[in-house]
Each structure stands twice: as structure tokens, then as C-alpha cells.
Write a protein that binds this ligand. Structure first.
Ligand code: NAP
Length: 316
């Protein structure tokens, strides 16, 4: 029998994470999905799980792994992990906060600029040879506009720092007010939307934030307002958003995340007032490398018996 601990991967992980994992563990790559019969035979040996922010680690899967000790997620969001079931079994859960703040905040600003200044459409205007026939219609200025941030955590604060350089006025909502921050607090997303030109969503996913942005919030944002979602698709009522975009209830949307990824509704893809990205918030070589290093460091620390660099708050 191998002396290395056995680890189940629950996502297609990047080579720069697979390589160190292969050195330190006996790997079973998505065996629960690829070969359930073989998985059943080795399930009792699995001591670790490694996955991405989008991975599902259900109570049922945890229940099949009696020797499981740690779930290491390469991502800050861990809404796919049943943390209560893990905790009930004494299984640690870790994630990779902070190292991706810059990338996700950069992308939020990029989506705001792209949707308001209609950059994808302007690029097409040039590529398709339409420029000689006339200029683009005028767009919407972003600098100096009112920004509302739904979720003023690590990434929300990085978005606010960038927006300040654009001379934007900044307000936010969160579970609690942050008196140390120089931004106005609103108790509800609806109240915040009513005083925002751009509403950027950057809360965790999961049951507590499901459809936090609903038809009411979109109505409050209004026909001059733009929605940007870099959080999770579950936080926005996608049906209500499509209706609002079709009917001009809001001006437009920039979306990095969707309810049923990687499937994006045809009704959304058909709209001209949206910019759609395939969940690339942290998808740079530099940041994914840092996230992989942290995910591996959490596993290494666990098996060395030292404190984890970044357990999720519920496991601290
Ligand atoms: P964080 O530091 O934990 O901040 C989360 C913020 O959301 C906090 O301000 C929190 O309020 C607020 N919040 C939580 N539940 C809420 C609720 N029910 N209603 C209103 N506000 C609520 O997390 P982070 O590091 O900034 O990351 C945020 C999320 O971004 C992640 O969980 C992940 O889902 C998403 N993300 C997406 C990508 C991407 O690729 N698009 C990449 C990375 C992360 P309090 O401060 O009052 O607790």
C-alpha cells in the first residue's frame, strides 16, 4: 500500500496544481464520476478532497468517505461544499481568499466600462467595416457616476478602491455596516439600487443570498442603471433580469456568472445590452498560480499537523 495520503479531485484542476498534488498524494481524479464502481472500492482510503470554487461536495459524497479529513478548495467561494456536513464529521474545509481580490475587482471595473461604453459593440463596428458609414451612437459616462456595491468584503473593498480613482461616489450594502469605511451603508439591496447608476454584486453564493437581486431591486435600479454580477449566478434572479433587460427596466448588465453554468439562456445571449463572460473573474496565470499554491499549502499544513493558512470561517 502507498504511504502517500489518498486524495480525490472533484474538478478538472490546472497542471500547476496537479503537479504538486501528484508528488504528495495518491490521486483519484474525479473517480466518483468517472468510474463509480472503482470509486466504491477505494472510497474508504480517501483522506482529502481537492476542488475548485465551482465544485460540489455534497453531504452524500462526504458520507461515502469515512476517512476524509480535509476539503481544500482552490477558490474563495465554497458555496458548493456542504460545510455543515463536513463540520459534523470533523472534516476541515479550506479556501483561497485575498490572492484573487485584484483580478476579480479588475474584472468588475472592466464589465462596468464594457457595458456602459459599449466596447464589444464598438469593436464590432470597426471589424465589420461600419465606421466609414458613420460613428457609434453615444454611450454612458462611467467616471463620476454613483456606484452601489452589494457585498463590501475583501473583493467589494478592492472594487471600491478602484472606483475611487474614477471619481465615483460609493455606497454599499452587506449584512452589517462597516463604520471604518468612508462609504454610505444601505440596509437593503433595493435601497442601494435606488441611489445607484451601477450596481455591482460581490457577495458569496449559497442559500442566504439566493435571488437577493430580484425584480424589485432591478426596478429600483431603473432604466438608466446597470447591473454587474461577479459573485455567483444564484445571487441574481436570472429570469427577472432577462425580463428587465428586454423591457428596458434597466439599461444593461455585465455578467461573469450565471445560474446554470456553463449554460447561458438563449434569451440572454440574444440581447444587445449585455456583456457576457465565461466566469473568468480570477482567470489569469498569475492569480490561478497563487490560488493553486494556497490550495496546496492548506493540504500540506493539514498533513504536517500545522495550522491551515486559510480555513473557511466556519472551521476557524
Ligand atoms: P467576503 O470577504 O466574505 O465578503 C462577502 C461580503 O458579502 C461581505 O461584505 C458580507 O457581509 C456580504 N454578504 C454576505 N452575505 C450577505 C447577505 N445575505 N446579504 C448581503 N450581503 C452579504 O468575500 P470575498 O472574498 O469578497 O468574495 C465574495 C464572493 O465573490 C465569493 O464568495 C465568490 O462567490 C465570489 N467570487 C467570484 C469570482 C469570479 O470568478 N467571478 C471570483 C472570486 C470570488 P458582511 O461583511 O456584513 O459579513
Amino acid at each position: 500500500m502507498s504511504s502517500k495520503p489518498e486524495l480525490l479531485t472533484v474538478a478538472r484542476l490546472a497542471p500547476f496544481l496537479m503537479q504538486p498534488l501528484q508528488g504528495a498524494f495518491t490521486l483519484h481524479e474525479r473517480l466518483h464520476e468517472e468510474d463509480p464502481a472503482a470509486f466504491t472500492r477505494i472510497a474508504g482510503n480517501i483522506r482529502a478532497i481537492c476542488g475548485s470554487g465551482e465544485s460540489k461536495v455534497s453531504a452524500e459524497l462526504i458520507g461515502q468517505l469515512p476517512a476524509l479529513e480535509i476539503i481544500s478548495i482552490m477558490g474563495v467561494g465554497y458555496d458548493g461544499v456542504d460545510v455543515a456536513a463536513a463540520k459534523a464529521r470533523g472534516v476541515m474545509v479550506s479556501h483561497t481568499p485575498d490572492v484573487l481580490n485584484d483580478d476579480v475587482a479588475d474584472l468588475a471595473l472592466a464589465l462596468m466600462l464594457n457595458v456602459a461604453r459599449r466596447i464589444p459593440q464598438a469593436d464590432q463596428h470597426v471589424r465589420q467595416g461600419r465606421w466609414p458609414a458613420g460613428p457609434m451612437p453615444l454611450a454612458r459616462k462611467m467616471s463620476g457616476a454613483r456606484l452601489g456595491i452589494v457585498g463590501m468584503g475583501r473583493i467589494g473593498q478592492a472594487i471600491a478602491a478602484r472606483a475611487r480613482a474614477f471619481g465615483m461616489s460609493i455606497a454599499y450594502t452587506a449584512r452589517s455596516a462597516k463604520p471604518a469605511l468612508p462609504y454610505a451603508f444601505h440596509a437593503t439591496p433595493r435601497g442601494l439600487a435606488a441611489v445607484s447608476d451601477f450596481l455591482v454584486v460581490i457577495t458569496p453564493g449559497g442559500a442566504a443570498t439566493r435571488k437577493l437581486i430580484d425584480a424589485d431591486v432591478l426596478r429600483a435600479l431603473g432604466p438608466e442603471g446597470y447591473l454587474v454580477n461577479v459573485a455567483r449566478g444564484s445571487v441574481v434572479d436570472e429570469g427577472a433580469l432577462i425580463t428587465a433587460l428586454q423591457q428596458g427596466t434597466i439599461a444593461g448588465a455585465g455578467l461573469d456568472v450565471f445560474e446554470n453554468e456553463p449554460n447561458v439562456p438563449e434569451a440572454l445571449r440574444a440581447l444587445d445590452n449585455v456583456v457576457l463572460l465565461p466566469h473568468i473573474g480570477s482567470a489569469t496565470t498569475q492569480t490561478r498560480g497563487a490560488m493553486a499554491a494556497r490550495a496546496f499549502a492548506n493540504l500540506q499544513a493539514h498533513f504536517a499537523g500545522t495550522p491551515l493558512p486559510s480555513p473557511v470561517p466556519e472551521c476557524r
